[in-house]
Design a binder for this molecule. Structure first.
Ligand code: NAD
Length: 461
């Protein structure tokens, strides 16, 4: 039925798709640097509008500017400092000048009306993601949205319903799915090295105290301000720690695990139980760095410092997801992938495969990961490493652009966006009710039974 809607949707027959078939084939060559483009002489390129050009949006911009198959035709941000920064980048790189939108919070809607925008990338604060993504799909723009995609169950459904109503695709831009070790382990999963999968661990374990609190002048500047007095993520992200006791950032961890166990494609999340510790980390940081008399020392943070959720899948796996961002600790997403034959653990960089590893002894993961290096990384690895976040940012944007050029469903689609993002409201409800299990809705409305896994093991995108 969905196919029927898509085939009949006027936007799905946009000309650029046909015109870019050759360009699409050409991506197997590395994207080239092409400066001095103009819209007029670039009809074959995917025309992209960026909504939100903060730290993340500029990162996407820089990666897009390295490709010869896209053109940045519009930019929207309410902060003129960021707009000016973009102008400087484009000028330095001798790029054509896009249209700018910076009037107010809803000026992005004017960007969405432009004919010369085929696709948009949304890198705004979380509370804007779904409303902007919905509007973008309604305007027929192939939509990329940063993580997480949605904040409430209603928003999760909004994404799915708008996609099904319009036939416009949405990709959740989860870059960790493209990390080199993750893709090698995915390759091992697909080649059945671990055997039948049983258990996963993952999470977002990242000391963000200096991101959630800063001096209002620079994103990582020392200081204990947030909200109106903060800058970058402290302006908006910290309020979620004040107001919600939930895993508010689940997708970096759960995205890669969900792909490995075919969530929404033969499997699905069935239920979740979540528990939270007390929350002391942000308060302690404020007192230590701003003094006990600083007004923010009186702020009550609702979010527990360590939030642990256990998800059950219909195929009988469990996934433990941890959110741990308010205490001192080195970064780790804490991955573990375990099957009938053995397991990988990222912490400790180790793998054990029964019958191959010495009994009861860990192998160093390096040799395994090298042997199973993903075809995409083998092909683009050197190029990708300059793209940010150890290379994964190149691949997530590459998948987005390649899918948008053909106007086909992306590898990480709207159902993934909804199921992964639903962890936030469901964990909140479970915590509120002393760890009571919460059921995931079936965002595919039964289609998970017959949807086929995406073909991950190829070297295109
Ligand atoms: N995938 C990753 O590795 C990764 C890394 C960093 C951030 N992110 C995600 O990217 C998003 C943006 O994060 P960031 O670090 O760039 O935050 P940021 O605060 O630096 O940037 C957000 C930008 O959105 C703009 N904005 C706010 N409201 C707007 C509106 N109504 N219209 C237009 N622009 C608006 C702000 O002015 C700002 O420039 C978040 O969802 C975050 O979680 C993902």
């Amino acid at each position: 039925m969905l196919k029927h809607i898509i085939m009949n949707h006027p936007k799905s027959r946009r000309n650029f798709i046909k015109k870019t078939a050759i360009v699409g084939a050409g991506i197997s060559l590395l994207p080239n640097l092409t400066y001095g483009s103009t819209i007029e002489n670039n009809k074959d390129k995917l025309k992209i509008g960026l909504i939100g050009v903060g730290l993340r949006g500029i990162n996407h911009l820089n990666n897009l500017l390295l490709r010869d198959d896209v053109l940045i035709t519009a930019i929207c941000d309410i902060d003129n400092v960021r707009i000016q920064l973009v102008k400087n980048i484009l000028k330095k790189k001798n790029q054509s000048v896009p249209k700018f939108f910076n009037k107010d919070d809803y000026d992005y809607r004017n960007l969405l009306e432009l004919k010369e925008v085929d696709a948009v990338i949304i890198s705004t604060p979380w509370l804007w993601h779904t409303r902007m993504a919905k509007d973008a799909m309604l305007a027929g723009k192939y939509t990329g949205v940063e993580v997480s995609a949605a904040n409430t169950m209603e928003e999760c459904w909004d994404l799915v319903n708008t996609h099904e109503q319009t036939g416009t695709h949405l990709m959740i831009l989860e870059n960790v799915n493209y990390r080199r070790d993750i893709m090698a382990v995915l390759n091992m999963v697909k080649q059945d090295v671990f055997g039948e999968l049983v258990h996963f661990r993952c999470g977002y374990q990242h000391d963000l105290r200096f991101v959630k609190l800063n001096d209002g002048k620079s994103a990582y500047g020392k200081g204990v301000e947030f909200g109106e007095k903060g800058i970058s993520e402290s302006k908006w992200r910290t309020q979620h720690s004040v107001s919600r006791n939930a895993d508010v950032y689940p997708t970096h961890g759960v995205g890669p695990m969900a792909t490995m166990c075919n969530i929404n494609r033969g499997n699905r999340f069935s239920s979740i139980t979540s528990n939270a510790t007390k929350g002391i980390g942000l308060h302690n940081y404020i007192v230590k760095n701003g003094g006990k008399d600083h007004p923010n020392a009186n702020v009550k943070f609702k979010q527990g410092d360590v939030i642990t959720s256990t998800i059950e899948t219909t195929n009988g796996e469990t996934i433990i997801v941890t959110h741990d961002c308010n205490l001192p600790r080195p970064y780790s997403l804490g991955f573990r992938v375990q099957g009938a034959n053995g397991l990988w653990e990222v912490d400790g960089n180790r793998i054990y495969i029964e019958g191959v590893s010495e009994p009861h002894k860990w192998d160093k993961a390096d040799e395994w990961l090298k042997k199973y290096d993903h075809p995409l990384w083998k092909k683009f690895g050197e190029h990708a490493l300059g793209a940010g976040h150890g290379g994964m940012d190149f691949f997530v944007i590459n998948a987005f652009v390649e899918s948008a050029k053909q106007n086909i469903a992306p590898p990480l689609d709207v159902y993934d966006a909804a199921a992964w993002s639903a962890i936030t409201p469901l964990s909140e409800l479970s915590i509120e009710n002393n760890g009571e299990p919460q059921n995931f809705p079936d965002f595919t409305r039964g289609l998970w039974i017959k949807r086929k896994p995406y073909n991950w093991i190829k070297n295109t995108y």
